[in-house]
Structures are given as structure tokens and as C-alpha cells.
Design a protein around this ligand. Structure first.
Ligand code: F6P
Length: 323
């Protein structure tokens, strides 16, 4: 392998740049030509490519977002479009691609790999919903943002003895809500993986105030409700039920922004470098995953056929500690 491509696709996550930097510099250390593919899979279709050297990735380890830009690429699900992309990659002499992103991105990488372009994946999404890796790049930073936000919300909630409903991202996964709620000391956590009853939540809030709590913070995963804002839905119901003063905060895309944490920079550097080493050694069709403190190679077929589960012990712990 002489020339490799790198792309980021789907929702960006803090630490993607650190992964790009590691992949480029590891590639150069191995004597490879490294090509940045701009705007994710779209760049394969339009041929938006640029060569990247060691200096081009200088000063980006601390930056959120992605210097290669990203895009959601529903078109790439069509074989016809992928065939065009493969033709462009072949014409550019690209022998293999490092693909950085979440679940959907890895599906694209699997398809490319099956159809003749070797790929190795790196899991990067704030949702932490990718099977085969304990952590995805970006989730630690997002959790820090959630926890800082909860700390700020708590002071105003206490001052006015209010209940706050705080909505966090995660798509269909409750990981951010669970870990953000646990680490941020939320009184109630609602996630899609666990059935909930809003009348019971109302009772919990009422009992909390009766025990002398000055505030109640309910962290709600966006995925518990698919017909609009989960937090507004919960807030409306609780307002009608308990009559307490309720405020709703939707943290939204600020969870995807900001400088990556030390943890995210560290795993991004390790996963990025390992992906390039393996790709250049002839490995493909795999994702680099963090398991314990080791980097393991996991087949796309395993990654994409299994669901990452929520740790119910942590959910129970968060409940016990919220008294
Ligand atoms: O997958 C990352 C994520 O931030 C999800 O948590 C969220 O549901 C989604 O992307 C938002 O997507 P978009 O940026 O396209 O609005």
C-alpha cells in the first residue's frame, strides 16, 4: 500500500482532528502518501481530494470539528453512487481508506470494503453507540459539556427551587443521559432503554421536595420521544401533573462542540495511528476499538450486527445515588 485516503463522515465529534493528525503522521512515518478526502463520502463522489503532509495537521489536536469537514451522505447507500466513488478513488491511485465516524459511516466503510476499496474504521460519535469499542471518540468531551451544564443549571434551579428538564443528545442511545446524569448528580434520568411512567416521575419529584430537596434535575435522552422535543413533552406533562415551576433546557449541538478532552485526544491518537498501521499491513474490513485499555481490531460484521447495550448496574446506581 502506497497511498491512503482519510475521511470523516456523519455528525462530527470532538477528537476527530486528533485522529486525522495521528493517521497522517503515522502514514508519513510509514512512508505513505496521505490524501484527505473532503466532506466525507461526498468527497469521494466529487473527487474533492488534497494531499496532507505532517505540517498540514499541525495545531489541530486541540480543535473540535474536523478539518476535512463532514456530511451525512444518504446517497452513499446506493450501489450506483458507490461505484462512482470507487472509480474516483481508483483513478486517484488510493489503495485504501481510513474512515472516521459513527454507525452509518462504518456501514459505508463496510460497503466500500466489500466492493473493492480496503477500509479500516475508527469509531467517532458523541453517542457512544458503536458495538466493539468501550468508548467512541468525542463522547468524553460531550459528557464534560453535559456535566458542566448541569452544574450551572443546578445553581439557578436551587435558588428558585425549580425543577429542570434537561434534554441531551444520543439519538436512540441513552448513554449520554445515563453517564451525564450520573456524573452530574441528576435526580431522575430517562433513557430509551428503560420504560418510564411520567406519573411516577411526577411523584418522585414531589417526594424529593418533601424530603427537603431545593431543586430537581431530570435528564432526558432525546431518544425517549420521537415526535418532537423529548424535554418539552416531559416538561408539559409534569407541569400539568405537579403544578411546580418547571423549566426546560435543550443542550443540543453544543454537546458536539468545544475542544476535545485529554481522554478523547488520547484515544483518537491511538486509534488513528493503529488504523493506518493495520491498513498498510494489508488489514481491512475492521474497526479499531478500545476494549479495556487496549486497541483491538473488530470485524465490521460484528460491529454492525450487534447493539451496544446500556450498563443497567450504572442505571441502578444513578437511581440509588439520587436520593
Ligand atoms: O449522532 C450524533 C448526533 O449528535 C446525535 O446525538 C443527534 O441525534 C444527531 O447527531 C443530530 O444530527 P444533526 O447534526 O444532523 O442535526
Amino acid at each position: 500500500m502506497k497511498k491512503i485516503g482519510i475521511l470523516t463522515s456523519g455528525g462530527d465529534s470532538p477528537g476527530m482532528n486528533a485522529a486525522i493528525r495521528a493517521a497522517v503522521r503515522q502514514g508519513k512515518a510509514l512512508g505513505l502518501t496521505v490524501i484527505g478526502i473532503n466532506s466525507g463520502y461526498e468527497g469521494c463522489l466529487t473527487g474533492d481530494l488534497e494531499e496532507l503532509g505532517v505540517k498540514d495537521v499541525s495545531g489541530i489536536i486541540e480543535e473540535g470539528g474536523t478539518i476535512l469537514r463532514s456530511k451525512r451522505a444518504p446517497k452513499f447507500k446506493e450501489k450506483r453512487e458507490r461505484t462512482k466513488a470507487i472509480r474516483n478513488l481508483n483513478q486517484a491511485g488510493i489503495d485504501g481508506v481510513v474512515v472516521i465516524g459513527g454507525d452509518g459511516t462504518l456501514r459505508g466503510a463496510q460497503a466500500l470494503n466489500r466492493e473493492g476499496v480496503p477500509t479500516v474504521g475508527i469509531p467517532a460519535t458523541i453517542d457512544n453507540d458503536v458495538y466493539g469499542t468501550d468508548m467512541t471518540i468525542g463522547v468524553d468531551t460531550a459528557l464534560n459539556t453535559v456535566v458542566q451544564s448541569l452544574d450551572r443549571i443546578r445553581t439557578t434551579a436551587s435558588a428558585l427551587e425549580r425543577t429542570f428538564i434537561v434534554e441531551v443528545m444520543g439519538r436512540n442511545s441513552g448513554y449520554i443521559a445515563l453517564m451525564g446524569g450520573l456524573s452530574g448528580g441528576a435526580e431522575v434520568i430517562l433513557i430509551p432503554e428503560v420504560e418510564y411512567n411520567l406519573d411516577e416521575v411526577a411523584e418522585e419529584i414531589y417526594q424529593g421536595y418533601k424530603r427537603g430537596k431545593q431543586h430537581m434535575i431530570v435528564v432526558v435522552a432525546e431518544g425517549i420521544y420521537d415526535e418532537g422535543s423529548a424535554a418539552h413533552y416531559v416538561g408539559q406533562h409534569l407541569k400539568e401533573q405537579i403544578g411546580f415551576e418547571i423549566r426546560v433546557t435543550v443542550l443540543g449541538h453544543m454537546q458536539r462542540g468545544g475542544n476535545p478532552s485529554a481522554f478523547d485526544r488520547g484515544i483518537a491518537s491511538r486509534l488513528g495511528a493503529e488504523a493506518v498501521k493495520r491498513l498498510s499491513n494489508g488489514e481491512s474490513g475492521t474497526m479499531m476499538g478500545l476494549q479495556g485499555n487496549e486497541i483491538k481490531s473488530v470485524d465490521y460484521s460484528d460491529v454492525l450486527s450487534q447493539e451496544k447495550e446500556i450498563d443497567m448496574e450504572l442505571y441502578e446506581l444513578a437511581k440509588t445515588l439520587s436520593q
